[in-house]
Design a protein around this ligand. Structure first.
Ligand code: HEM
Length: 340
């Protein structure tokens, strides 16, 4: 006879699986052939991501047009930081890289918010079903990976175009190494900011795609690893705050970027305080290893609370790490080209 606890556990497992039982395949009745879930699920999600990816391309095009127009009009912050770039026609690939960076960050924001919404306390009323939210979470994370990759690729393409004084093989190598080899880029703020971006990209892809092999690695392993996706998001925002020339100065675009992090931190805190999975609730401290795990969880919740307070303090005080806009062209700029 099934006990009440066993029924509750089974119900929770069903409710909290990240896909519906049918899709997941793990709950198929005995005797029924499990579908080749991994590849089928990825193929299905890639198909479902098409409208999402189309919207991302439209957003990228709009951001590109905006950045292009600002460069043409002389209002570009990128040009204020790097005056040699005052030619939108020549530096269009750089602008496109920036545009992909912004759409990538926006999609990363959206997919992280959806993920936290799904793993935290259940909202009493949702505009769409939980299943649809789960699908959006998966498709937006696939789109985010593509946008991040496009951002880095366009930056590499711009470096290849820029290096006209050497042969093609060296141009390709320089573009690739500066963009994709951690520690290779050796100029200015980029020495730190580029590896942060690379770290985000290189973590995002495996952590995002692990979902599609969770049958092989086990749902628990997948769940444990998937949590680290928040690190991808933190690295992306850190990279942008450190390196984005359009948020270089301590003005409203930078404030908005900080402000957008408040709901993420609030949702993260709520998700930690009231996780949807019973097993993740804080409960009472146990003994031995359980006690140290309990303290770790308390520390995680305290850190998330401190981040919320820190973010509000940054936004209210305006002390957001932005530079003062110089009245003359700066002596130093973030990228290697400025020294040429
Ligand atoms: C291989 C990894 C990466 C490389 C080589 C890279 C390169 C760069 C460079 C050179 C800039 C400065 C552009 C400027 O002048 O403003 C930049 C800015 C930026 N990056 Fe990345 N990045 C990488 C990863 C990422 C990731 C994972 C994200 C997250 C979506 C991201 C989002 C951004 C954003 C939003 C900006 C600001 C653009 C602007 O100010 O207009 N980057 N990145």
């Amino acid at each position: 006879m099934r006990t009440v606890a066993a029924v509750a556990r089974a119900r929770e497992a069903l409710m909290l699986s990240d896909v519906s039982p049918d899709e997941d395949g793990t709950t198929a009745p005995p005797g029924r052939q499990r579908p080749p879930a991994d590849r089928a699920a990825l193929r299905g999600d890639l198909r479902s991501a098409l409208p999402d990816a189309t919207a991302a391309v439209v957003v990228t095009a709009l951001v590109f047009a905006f950045l292009y127009a600002r460069m043409e009009s002389g209002a570009s912050d990128t040009v204020a930081v790097m005056p040699f770039m005052d030619d939108a026609g020549t530096y269009w690939m750089y602008l496109l890289s920036q545009a992909f960076g912004w759409s990538g960050l926006l999609w990363a924001w959206g997919t992280v918010m959806l993920g936290l919404l799904l793993s935290g306390p259940r909202p009493t009323r949702l505009p769409v079903s939980r299943r649809v939210l789960e699908r959006w979470h998966r498709t937006t994370s696939l789109t985010t990976m593509a946008l991040m990759t496009a951002h880095a690729l366009m930056f590499a393409a711009e470096l290849v175009r820029y290096e006209t004084k050497v042969g093609w093989a060296e141009r390709l190598w320089v573009g690739f190494a500066d963009s994709f080899v951690p520690g290779w880029y050796d100029s200015g703020t980029g020495r730190v900011a580029i590896p942060l971006g690379q770290g985000a990209l290189y973590l995002a892809i495996p952590l995002g795609l692990l979902f599609y092999v969770r049958h092989r690695i086990g749902a628990n392993t997948w769940r444990r690893l998937h949590r680290f996706v928040i690190v991808v998001y933190v690295l992306s925002v850190w990279h942008t705050l450190l390196y984005g020339t359009n948020v270089w100065y301590g003005e409203w675009p930078r404030t908005v970027l900080w402000l957008l992090q408040v709901p993420v931190a609030l949702l993260l805190l709520t998700r930690l305080l009231r996780p949807a999975r019973r097993a993740e609730r804080l409960g009472r401290p146990g003994g031995g290893a359980a006690r140290s795990g309990w303290w770790l969880r308390v520390a995680g919740r305290a850190a998330a609370g401190a981040v919320v307070i820190g973010l509000v303090a940054v936004v209210v005080s305006g002390r957001d790490g932005g530079r003062d806009r110089p009245s003359h062209p700066p002596a130093t700029a973030p990228h290697s080209q400025e020294t040429d």
